[in-house]
Each structure stands twice: as C-alpha cells, then as structure tokens.
Ligand binder design. Structure first.
Ligand SMILES: Cc1cc2nc3c(=O)[nH]c(=O)nc-3n(C[C@H](O)[C@H](O)[C@H](O)COP(=O)(O)OP(=O)(O)OC[C@H]3O[C@@H](n4cnc5c(N)ncnc54)[C@H](O)[C@@H]3O)c2cc1C
Length: 424
C-alpha cells in the first residue's frame, strides 16, 4: 500500500557525508518552514569493519564549522601539521623525500585534519535530527512524474518541465517534492534510472584500509610513499594511531587481505617501515576497489546529483569527499538564492547554474588525480626521474608550493560561500 506525503521542498536519497551536509545546509539557510527529508536504509551507521578516516581540507572544515558540526568533533580531529612525499621501490632501504608541506594555510589553520568517518557521520546525523530534518531509514526505490499534457515531448527538451517529482520509498511511501537529490553514492540507482551515463574507467587497483596503533608520536605528520604498485599513505589520527590507505593491484590486494593475521602484519610492516616504532595493534581491514568516473550530466528533470553519485576519483590526493562538499556548498547556495527570490528551486534554470558551477571544476580535479595516479603507479625508471625532478622543483619554489597547498585545501577558484566559512 502506498502512503502519499508532501509537498516536501527537497528529498535527499543517501545519508552519507554529502546527503546529510546538504540537508543541514538547507535547513540552516532557509529555516524550519523548508521541509527536507533524507532517506537511507543505513542511516547513521557504517559498514562493519569499515575503518575509513578522511582528510578534511581547510575549505571543507570551514563548511562543517559554519554548519555547527565541526565544533562537536573538533577534539577527535587530528590536524595535519606536516606532510612528506617519497618515491621509491618497495624494498629500497632509504626512501628519499621529494616533497614536504609544512605549516598552515592561514595563521593557526592547518591545511587539513584527519577524522574517522563514523565520528563525523554520527555528528552530522545528530545535527540533522536536532534541526528538524526528517530522517527515514529506508531506500529511495524509484521516482515518477505527473502525466504531461500533450504528447509529452517537451520534457526531454527542457529540464524542470514537470511541476513536481514523486519519490517512491522502499517502505511504501510516496513523497511529492520539488527536487530529488541523488546523494546515493558511486553506484547511484537514481543516476541510472534518470538515464545519466558516466565516463570513466576502473584502475584495476584497490585500496586496503586499516588503522594501526604505534609506539611513537606521529606529531601530525602525514606520509605518502609512492611505491610501484600505488601509493601507501600513513595518515595521522588522534593518539599514537594512524590510518593506512594502501593501494595495490586488485588481485594483489585481495591476496594480501585474505592472509592470516601474522602474514598480513609482515606485508604491512614491509611498507610501513619503523619510523613510528613498532606497530602495537592493527584494526580490521576492508578492500575498496578504485575507479574514476564523471557523470555526463549532474542534473535531470527535477533531479540533481551530488558527491560520489556525480563523480568518483582515486583517493591518491584524499579529495573525493571534499569534492562532494563543494557540490553541497554550490547546490545549497543556488537553492537558497532561488527560494529567497520566490522561485521554484527544482527548475532547469536553477539546476543548470549548479551544473555549470561544478562540472568543469570536477573534470579538472578528476583528471589531475587520474594523471597523478598514472604518473606514480608504475615501474618505469624514466618516469620516476621525470616525476622526481618535478616534485623537487615544486619543493624549491615557495610560491608554487603555496599555490599547490591552497589548491589542495580547496581554496582556489570560484569557492562557494559555505566553503569560505560564510553562512548562506
Ligand atoms: C580508500 C578511500 C579513502 C578515501 N579517503 C578520502 C579522504 O581522505 N578525503 C576525502 O575527501 N575523500 C576520501 N575518499 C572519498 C570519500 O570517502 C567519498 O568521496 C565520500 O564518502 C562520498 O560521500 P557520499 O555521501 O557522496 O557517498 P557515500 O558515502 O557512498 O554515501 C552514499 C549513501 O547513500 C546510501 N544509498 C545508496 N543507495 C540508496 C538509495 N537507493 N536510497 C537511499 N540511500 C541510498 C548508502 O547507504 C550510503 O549511506 C576516500 C575513498 C576511499 C575509497
């Protein structure tokens, strides 16, 4: 039996970082009369064994601060105070350092913080609930439009023709809304139902992710070791703990992940080295297949794609979520501007402004991370020489290095208001 509900201003499919952050941004900007529903069957929980932590760059942290979420998790976030990049073979005795990033983006503002995903998701869900976002523990199963007058051809010519969209939930409810936002991750069923294709490829690489405890203090240092199979990152967490993001070919990652504990530790220690002393504990590990794609369109009739539903990139530069938060900030700004002008926020003009804003930036960041991965994940000695000269040059030119750090911190280009730390 279906139960009808509505009209609701925005329905968001997916309560990951991106869906929850958007819901909070909209309620805080537009107040209690702006009705927002987030539907997700796994609301507020994370996959068993998923130890992932994320590097939250300065611009993204400003957004969370503006949404009054960062304040709840700040004590559990580890600032990255220093970063080193090395380039070597697996068994090289010494890993020469080619690039170092130190210091703050602004006085007392580190360029990024590391935080465990489950901590941040729990804080976002609590904030959303507190400010009246309706959270529904169910999936979006489909959507439909009211019948069109005439022969219906106009809809494919112009987004936003339909007067509203009806969103069907797996629990049997149907919700009438002005806008459905697909924040349902890389395998977005809404993107597929909307007929939006993606262009991209699989890397044939996977990341093994685990957290370790170690003897010595990391002093806020992040390390990225470019090994021939892919980057091996040691990222500082609160306490004497680090998050390991370890890239291998998918076959090798599956082999390593299936090893008995003792053999897994041996493989880990070969890459970890012992700069931080002995590893005293290893948490559970999961394997994440890695790929790259960008959706051919970020919008359809009364639908907007955000986060991994719109684009997936290699975690080499820790930018996937940060890109999703740029979508959030841009879409929230576009919607808030439209609503304040008394416009219907689900129409083509509004959604196209969002798409124009985000697609170019997404393509350039996506291709940059793709190029970085291709440049580093190989065994060619000639390429190694080229990249090491390149890294060495960046390291020696302070203005160039500063530009790279500001870019990595999300502070370059047409930065939406929330990412500048300004409320909507
Ligand atoms: C190994 C690894 C390390 C990474 N490290 C970083 C990092 O350091 N920094 C960074 O910025 N990014 C990082 N990323 C990327 C980052 O994790 C993702 O970009 C981010 O999680 C995407 O968030 P999202 O909300 O768009 O999607 P997701 O987190 O995938 O959330 C999607 C949600 O949608 C729900 N859902 C699915 N289908 C439906 C449906 N039909 N109806 C309703 N709900 C649905 C799911 O249950 C899920 O909760 C990393 C990624 C990997 C793989």
């Amino acid at each position: 039996m279906t139960r009808a509900q509505g009209p609701i201003d925005v329905v968001i499919a997916g309560g990951g970082f991106v869906g929850l952050a958007l819901a909070i941004a909209l309620r805080e900007a537009l107040g209690a009369s702006f009705a927002v529903i987030v539907a997700d069957p796994t609301l507020g929980s994370s996959r068993a064994g998923d130890e992932r932590a994320s590097a939250i760059v300065a611009a993204a942290r400003r957004l969370f601060e503006t949404l009054d979420v960062w304040q709840q998790v700040a004590d559990e976030a580890q600032p990255i105070l220093d970063m080193v990049v090395t380039d070597s073979r697996l068994d090289d005795a010494v890993r020469p350092v080619f690039l170092t990033f130190a210091g703050d983006i602004e006085p007392d503002e580190p360029f990024a913080h590391m935080i465990e995903n489950r901590t941040l998701i729990a804080a976002l869900a609590a904030k959303a609930r507190e400010i009246g976002v309706e959270l529904r523990s169910t999936a979006v199963a489909g959507f439909s439009y009211p019948p069109l007058p005439g022969d219906g051809r106009e809809r494919s010519l112009r987004h936003g023709y339909a007067p509203h969209i009806d969103v069907e939930l797996a629990d049997g409810a149907t919700i009438t809304t002005a806008l459905l936002v697909a924040a349902d991750g890389a395998r977005s069923s809404i993107r597929e139902r909307a007929g939006i294709a993606t262009h991209g490829w699989s890397y044939g690489q996977s990341a093994i992710v685990t957290n370790v405890s170690h003897e010595r203090d990391h002093r806020g240092r992040a390390e990225e070791h470019f090994l021939p199979a892919g980057p091996f990152a040691i990222l500082p967490l609160k306490g004497n703990r680090s998050s390991i993001v370890w890239t291998e070919t998918s076959a090798e990652a599956a082999r390593i992940a299936a090893l008995p504990d003792g053999d897994f530790r041996t493989e880990l220690e070969r890459r970890f080295k012992f700069e931080l002393g002995e590893i005293t504990a290893i948490g559970p590990h999961l394997v994440h297949p890695l790929g790259f794609f960008v959706a051919r369109a970020f919008i359809a009739d009364r639908i907007a794609l955000v986060g991994d539903a719109a684009h997936l990139i290699h975690p080499i530069a820790g930018q996937g979520l940060n890109m999703g938060l740029r979508d959030v900030a841009a879409l929230a700004e576009v919607i808030a501007d439209a609503v304040r002008l008394g416009l219907d926020h689900g129409t083509a003009d509004v959604l196209e402004r969002y798409q124009r804003w985000r697609r170019f930036d997404t393509m350039s960041m996506g291709l940059a991370t793709d190029g970085l991965n291709r440049l580093f994940s190989n065994r060619s000695t000639a390429l190694r020489l080229v990249r090491d000269i390149g890294l060495g040059m960046i390291d020696r030119v302070p203005n160039l290095k500063r530009l790279f750090i500001r870019e990595a911190a999300g502070l370059v280009g047409e930065v939406p208001r929330l990412l500048r730390g300004e409320p909507l």
